[in-house]
Design a protein around this ligand. Structure first.
Ligand code: BGC
Length: 753
């Protein structure tokens, strides 16, 4: 039943993805095969088993298991002495001396924490994203970790889902570009170097579509959508040489990803030729029976092994049942051999057989100047200015004698780090309060009032004081949002407005008569509809990491100009979800002319009077803030949008160019974005699709021509029969500063398919 492509002999795909290996790929394959030939079935299954460590102590059962070759990987141990001892037992006291691969969730930093991945995505800057991963890899490698469970590249279109914080947003192109940048950052050019670690693209696949944003919930994704949207970043990661992938907890169209042979064996290995290894998610093999797919652990092990899951993360279904399953002819030995070869290949590429040990003295200290500067730069570029009425920002330190900083998140070293920071050290955090005090110096009286114990607090007893403070001082900045614990795994929310009494606090500051400037720290887009008209400026800072404070201070005071752009659409209200920019047109598209607000509808209005289009009576059809949106203190003028040709051949290319001028008096960054629409398709195509972007730094008055080259392949998509195709026909292209860019050009693709 599984004879097609799944269990190819090790080495068949060795050439394409071995860019990171220092040793030639065929030499590695030879070593893999030699070692495999010596292994017993128990030792093979041992390699396929990952055990949780993390107690800074090696239990006797673990020592015994290591000696017996029953462990291939340990996760969550970060005490370098313990890690070295684990490796020593595996290498010196087991029969074959196979080193361990040591895994850890190093998601957006190790000790030094970068912005949450969703914030990093707001930089639209592969260079800074890659640098952040480099720092994380270096710090993690210094304690013996050689494998991270990142990047998380699940397409995330539902801000209720807590794990959107870990994602790179809603767009497959942006997630592909930034996900591969992270892979390059972790893995470097040489996976066997001391300071590089294996990356893991997760969660394969579709996890972001969990129904109603409830974590772990069912997903149903039609194959065309799967291929045109959700698989794309994973394919890009595979092409970039990501060493491992993790299956998702979720159930896709009735088959949990961890048992999904079509996804893992057919697509990932068969179609894409992925030659790294696939790990399950935490206990997700045994959870197959909780899903109701299998009756017991034995059946779960059988399903996962046949699907092509090479390693079981924390669970003992493989350990307890795989040997018997092979004996009984339920799982072919070739399946086990392929899995073990995939794992050994990774260990060879990591250079673990040459040197399994870690000497922390080979590494710079944690949070060194380079790490902190990378974190500061990433935070700076991640902050999105959503609104800036009457140029209330930037503030001028010279013109202020006092400033009030009010709110639950102005001085919370831990919370600003965000979710998934197992090792993140809040002692390296510089908070907005600390950074602003440093920046303005003694000349400005900085008055701080937390006003609420947490973002969720409903106690308003400090609000009188807050209002009075705002009235007394020259400027007020509110630090609002949600703490780290409100996003991340299993931390979904149904109401994504500002929690607690924060909106009321905004109202009280407004009542002081002073401009209201809000900085929001959060792990997801929030519905800000109830405060957006009450405030003058909003800086959306995500959870900005260790150096969030200095970045925010520099932006508030105009030392730097905001340049982040939204990697995800901000809805007006939860009922609009999913709302993302690459929606289809539908047969009855909405338009501004036909929309009435629910309050304006006449009594007994006839059924057809509102135009019968696709919108919500109470929310319209537009988001609160569009994908790609983000304001600057500078002004950028876009003009002269041209195409190199009006007719592009199917085997040709087209260059789309635009002139961008900084018409302001300050140097600032702008992210220039290219969107395309394929007007008629074999399947209906999105209204706009991101096809290119470029982050530029422009001096006052500077003008540059930005060129985007597109080939027919860049315009390809999966059609009705799941064939990848580029079709001749009409295209529209827009270039501008958000997905709402108005400057448009047209071109055609000509030729016969
Ligand atoms: C998460 C993974 C993570 C793993 C190990 C799971 O609960 O879904 O993303 O890598 O735990 O900590």
């Amino acid at each position: 039943m599984f004879l097609a492509l799944p269990f190819l002999l090790p080495g068949i795909f060795m050439s394409s993805m071995s860019a990171n290996a220092t040793a030639p790929a065929d030499a590695i394959e030879q070593r893999v095969n030699t070692l495999l030939a010596e292994m017993t079935i128990e030792e093979k299954i041992g390699q396929m088993s990952q055990v949780n460590g993390g107690d800074s102590y090696i239990h006797d059962y673990l020592r015994d298991a290591l000696r017996a070759g029953r462990v291939g990987s340990v996760l969550n141990e970060v005490d370098v002495n313990v890690v070295n001892e684990l490796q020593r037992i595996a290498v010196e006291e087991s029969r074959l001396g196979i080193p361990l691969i040591i895994g850890r969730d190093v998601i957006h930093g190790f000790k030094t924490v970068m912005p949450i991945p969703l914030g990093q995505a707001a930089t639209w800057n592969p260079v800074i994203v890659s640098s952040g991963a480099r720092v994380a890899a270096r710090e993690a490698a210094s304690v013996g970790v050689n494998w991270t469970f990142a990047p998380m590249i699940d397409i995330s279109r539902d801000p209720r889902w807590g794990r959107i914080a870990e994602s790179l947003g809603e767009d497959p192109y942006l997630a592909s570009e930034l996900g591969t940048a992270m892979v390059r950052g972790f893995q470097g050019d040489d996976l066997s170097a001391k300071d590089t670690i294996a990356a893991c693209a997760k969660h394969f696949v579709g996890y972001g579509e969990s129904e109603s944003g409830r974590d772990y919930a069912t997903t149903n994704i039609p194959e065309n959508e799967l291929r045109n949207v959700h698989l794309r970043p994973f394919h890009a990661a595979a092409k970039a040489g990501v060493m491992t992938m993790m299956t998702s907890f979720s159930d896709l169209d009735g088959v949990p990803a961890t048992a999904n042979e079509y996804l893992v064996n057919d697509i990932l290995r068969g179609e894409w030729g992925f030659d790294g290894f696939v790990v399950s998610d935490w206990d997700s093999v045994r959870q197959l029976s909780i899903h109701g797919l299998t009756a017991n652990d034995r059946e779960s092990a059988c399903e996962a092994a046949i699907a092509g899951v090479d390693m079981e993360m924390h669970g003992d279904a493989y350990l307890n049942h795989l040997a018997q399953l092979v004996d009984d002819g339920k799982v072919p030995l070739e399946a086990v051999d392929t899995a073990v070869a995939n794992i050994l290949r990774a260990k060879f590429r990591l250079g673990l057989f040459e040197n399994p040990y870690t000497d922390p003295n080979d590494f710079p200290p944690f949070a060194d100047a380079d790490a902190l500067e990378t974190a500061r730069e990433a935070a700076l570029q991640s902050v999105v200015m959503l609104k800036n009425e009457h140029h209330v920002l930037p503030l001028s330190a010279d013109q202020l004698s006092s400033i009030a900083l009010i709110g639950p998140l102005a001085d919370t070293p831990y919370e600003q780090l965000g979710t998934w920071i197992f090792d993140g050290d809040p002692r390296y955090s510089v908070t907005p309060l600390g950074a602003i005090e440093t920046l303005v110096g003694d000349g400005v009286d900085v008055r701080y009032l937390k006003a609420m114990e947490t973002s969720r607090s409903r106690d308003t007893s400090a609000f009188d004081e807050a209002e009075a403070l705002a009235a007394e001082t020259d400027a007020t900045v509110l630090f609002l949002g949600e703490e780290a614990i409100l996003s991340g795994e299993a931390h979904s929310r149904a109401d994504i407005s500002l929690p607690g009494a924060q909106a009321e606090l905004v109202g009280r500051i407004r009542a002081s008569g002073k401009p209201v400037i809000v900085v929001i720290l959060a792990g997801r887009p929030l519905t800000l509809t109830n405060i957006v008209d009450e405030v003058d400026a909003i800086l959306f800072a995500w959870h900005p990491g260790s150096m969030g404070g200095p970045a925010i201070a520099d932006l508030l005071f105009g030392i730097e100009s905001p340049s982040g752009k939204l990697p995800v659409t901000f809805p007006r209200m939860v009922g609009q979800i999913p709302i993302y920019y690459y929606q289809k047109n539908t047969g009855k598209p909405p338009s501004p002319e036909t929309i009435a607000h629910i309050d304006d509808i006449d009594a007994k209005a006839p059924q057809l009077s509102l135009g019968m289009t696709s919108f919500h009576l109470d929310a319209g059809y537009t988001p609160l803030f569009a994908f790609g949106h983000g304001l600057s203190y500078a002004y950028f003028n876009y003009e002269n949008l041209t195409t190199s040709t009006s007719e592009m051949a199917l085997d040709g290319s087209i260059t789309i160019s635009v002139d961008v001028t900084n018409t302001s008096g300050i140097t600032a960054d702008e992210v220039v974005q290219l969107y395309v629409r394929d007007l008629v398709g074999n399947v209906t195509r999105p209204l706009r699709e991101l096809k290119g972007f470029r982050r530029l730094t422009l001096a006052p008055g500077e003008r540059v021509t930005v060129d985007f080259e597109l080939t027919a392949d860049d315009l390809a998509f999966y059609g009705r029969k799941m064939q990848r195709m580029t079709e001749p026909g009409e295209f529209h292209a827009w270039v501008g500063s958000s997905s709402e860019a108005g400057l448009m050009a047209e071109f055609r693709i000509v030729g016969e398919r």
